[in-house]
Design a protein around this ligand. Sequence first.
Ligand code: 13P
Ligand code: SF4
Length: 368
Amino acid sequence: MLKISAGMPQGYTAASPEELAERIGAAKAALGDRLLILGHHYQMDEVMRWADVRGDSFGLSRQAADRGDADLIVFCGVHFMAESADILTGPDQRVILPDLAAGCQMADMADIDQVEAAWDQLGQVVDLERLVPITYMNSTAAIKAFVGRHGGAVCTSSNARAVLSWAIEGAEPRGDKVLFFPDQHLGRNTAVDMGYSLDEMEVWDPFAPSGGLKSEAIAAARFLLWKGHCSVHQRFNVSQIESFRAAHPDGLVIVHPECSHEVVLQADASGSTDAIIRFVDAAAPGTAIGIGTEVHLVKRLADEHPDLEIICLDPEVCPCATMARIDAPHLCWVLEEAVAGRIRNQITVDASTAEWAKVALERMLSIT
Ligand code: 13P
Ligand code: SF4
């Protein structure tokens, strides 16, 4: 993967919010239909107000794949999302990530060398032809390419069940075992939702010899879950839900499936960021809703629904620090540079990685 970057001049951070808004509006108007701004639901309001399309990672990847008319896609999200957009768009379309430091800690927890090593080790115990690698969208393009090469697919939190079912169920399953990375929680929560028991899952620790597992455990497991997590969603716990329920006996709880299994079990519902929005939209006036996901989305939902009582389950409210790197100064900078004919912070996935990563992404799009 090639990153093209240059530093943002200091003047952008010194500009007032009003000035930035005026300049972003002018640059957006100047670029017209050539420009598509995609905004993930965790973005701050100062950025989200400019998004042409808002969505979860699945919805935004579909938008990127479907909008061949826009030659400039500014992705207000994190690095793996912009990489996926680059893979799914045509050669004449350019994808820009306003701040290249907007990564994802969870995506970094599955390194391609570790994954290749794990695959080799697993091959000493199981038939690799029957082992289906599935990667969460929150992974690097190199991991997606690995999955594509080995007959697997990408999934997101909104279609993980359909993708896992495609992998090991139905009339013509791809195999009978899944290696799922990088988020053990999404893998576990989805497999339980499909009816599998916790006894059928093992956690693969990439830092331990043989993943920290005995051969018999590897052979018996239906799901091998990579030991990765999201530190934002790991903060939610059962006692927060108990406190919410004590204060709001009729309240409802919804959490993102990156939360631990114990938390998901105690919630009334779990789902992707889009699913959380739909749940809130459908609630009766006066309902108290405790939400376990990133705070910028929770805050926006509270602002948009004054008739509901929307509460973040985590009283310390930890934002996703990397999502928050995309701010109005960076958005203004990349747009004004584009108006001047200079493309800043373009995300480009090299052709051989993109070829196989696209196979894995397109499998996902055709399954769901
Ligand atoms: P969604 O696919 O639900 O938008 O989630 C992406 C993400 O990074 C959650 O932490
Ligand atoms: Fe990654 Fe977690 Fe941030 Fe989502 S919330 S982008 S998984 S660090």
